[in-house]
Each structure stands twice: as structure tokens, then as C-alpha cells.
Design a protein around this ligand. Structure first.
Ligand SMILES: Nc1nc2c(ncn2[C@@H]2O[C@H](COP(=O)(O)OP(=O)(O)OP(=O)(O)O)[C@@H](O)[C@H]2O)c(=O)[nH]1
Ligand SMILES: [Mg+2]
Length: 229
């Protein structure tokens, strides 16, 4: 998947299991009631708004059930893939929405891993955990909460290279929580852009390896060419 790179237009896909808080989080991010809450989201919906000077586009998706991907219908799999296609050159970020405090055990891990990987082998490079239900944090910070989570949820945070954020979708007046999320996404875009600039182009790298491997045979090759003349 070729993710888009401009940070003046942030493109997001919300992913997750049933009742995770995807549509609510989409509404919080866009600061308007555009995604239906309470009724199950059946198909991808794309909406956009300008937030703190940044154009933000969000695709809300239907949820998967907490089962391995092979037990998920072809229609749902198609719909998940369509969420990426709807954004043309792809999203900057997949936000994997998970309700804060909900148990995350082996079957959740398998479902997340298998459904995300339907979207390409590099999907984890663009994924951040978005905890919904931030109002359940109480006096703890999200960092303190994440430090204390169990093994499977730790795995999820590590898969996302420690990128996570929390939203309280019950308080729409706290626009800082969205601005901070957008900052984290922009940081992810810049980091990705930087690493792809420093990677040697594949063709040059292959030639370099070929040269290293073959240099010992060069004199032999020259003798053969010379004798043929
Ligand atoms: N207290 C609290 N409730 C939340 C929060 N975010 C979402 N909810 C509630 O969680 C329930 C599910 O939210 P949705 O946004 O519809 O979740 P969804 O992932 O889109 O669900 P489906 O599309 O039906 O699978 C709703 O009752 C929301 O009001 C939050 O931050 N705090
Ligand atoms: Mg929904």
C-alpha cells in the first residue's frame, strides 16, 4: 500500500470490532455528527472537515466480529479493502479503535492481526491504537494505563510501535484531544517519509550486492573476453 505523504490533508481509516466506538470517534475527530451511532455501521462512509487548519478526511468502516478472518464474510472483507481505495492514494493512518478497559485476549489478538493484514503487509507501519471511552480513565493518564495492560494488549501497542491515543467521545468540547491526535498522526507521516528517503532504492542496492558478489570473477571475465577477440 502506498500511503499518501502530505500532512496538510490528513486521511484516516477507522477500524475495529463490534461496538468499539469507531463512529463516535469519527464524529469527535471531525467535530460533527456524521457517522451513525448505536446502529451497526454496515458500509464504509467517508466524511471530511477542516480541523485546526488541517483538512481531515475520515472513513468509518463496518466492524468485524471477534473471529479469525477466515470466518468473516467476503462482503465485509471487500468493504474493508474499499475503505483504502476510497481515499485514492491511501490513508495516512489506520486508527484501530478499542474501548479502554475492555478485556483484550488471544481471540481479540488473532482477529485484529488477521483483519488488519487483509489491508497489506505494511499495514502496521501506518497503524495507531485509538482507545475510546477515555472518560473511564479516571485519574490515571493513558500512559499509566498502557503500562499496566496485560500481555496481549501490550503486543498490540508494540505492533503499532508505541503509537496510541485516547479519546473521550462524551466530551466534544475538548478539542485538544483531537489536535494531539492529529499531531501524533503527522509525526507518524514524517517518520515514515524520513525512513523511505534514507532507504537505498532497491535497484541500486541489488546492483551493489551483485557487484560485491561478482568482483572476484572480474579478471576471469576479462581474460575470456580478451581471448575471444
Ligand atoms: N462512555 C463512553 N461511551 C462511548 C465512547 N465512545 C463510544 N461510546 C459508546 O459506545 C457505543 C458504541 O459506539 P459506536 O461509535 O456506535 O461504535 P462502533 O464501533 O461504530 O459500533 P458498530 O459500528 O455498531 O460496530 C455507543 O453507545 C457510544 O455512545 C466514549 O468515549 N465514552
Ligand atoms: Mg459504527
Amino acid at each position: 500500500m502506498a500511503a499518501a505523504t502530505e500532512a496538510d490533508h490528513v486521511k484516516i481509516v477507522l477500524l475495529g470490532g463490534r461496538w468499539a466506538g469507531k463512529s463516535s470517534s469519527g464524529n469527535t475527530i471531525l467535530n460533527k455528527e456524521v457517522f451513525g451511532i448505536g446502529a451497526q455501521t454496515e458500509a464504509c462512509v467517508m466524511e471530511t472537515n477542516k480541523i485546526a487548519g488541517t483538512q481531515v478526511t475520515v472513513v468509518d468502516t463496518p466492524s468485524w466480529n471477534w473471529v479469525p478472518a477466515e470466518d468473516t464474510s467476503d462482503e465485509l472483507k471487500q468493504e474493508l479493502k474499499r475503505s483504502v481505495e476510497m481515499l485514492g492514494d491511501g490513508p495516512h493512518a489506520f486508527l484501530l479503535v478499542y474501548p479502554l478497559g475492555a478485556p483484550f485476549v488471544k481471540r481479540h489478538k488473532i482477529a485484529v492481526q488477521e483483519h488488519l493484514e487483509l489491508l497489506g503487509s505494511d499495514v502496521w507501519d501506518h497503524t495507531m491504537v485509538l482507545f475510546s471511552r477515555g472518560d473511564w480513565l479516571g485519574k490515571k493518564t493513558i500512559e499509566e494505563h498502557v503500562e499496566g495492560v496485560k500481555e496481549e494488549l501490550k503486543w498490540l501497542v508494540e505492533q503499532c510501535k508505541d503509537r496510541y491515543h485516547v479519546l473521550n467521545n462524551k466530551v466534544r468540547t475538548n478539542e485538544m484531544q483531537v489536535i494531539e491526535l492529529l499531531e501524533k498522526i503527522k509525526r507518524m507521516i514524517y517518520a515514515k517519509r524520513k525512513s523511505s528517503k534514507t532507504e537505498p532504492p532497491e535497484s541500486k542496492f541489488s546492483f551493489f550486492l551483485f557487484f560485491i558478489f561478482c568482483r572476484q570473477y572480474l579478471p576471469l571475465l576479462l581474460i575470456i573476453v580478451y581471448n575471444k577477440k
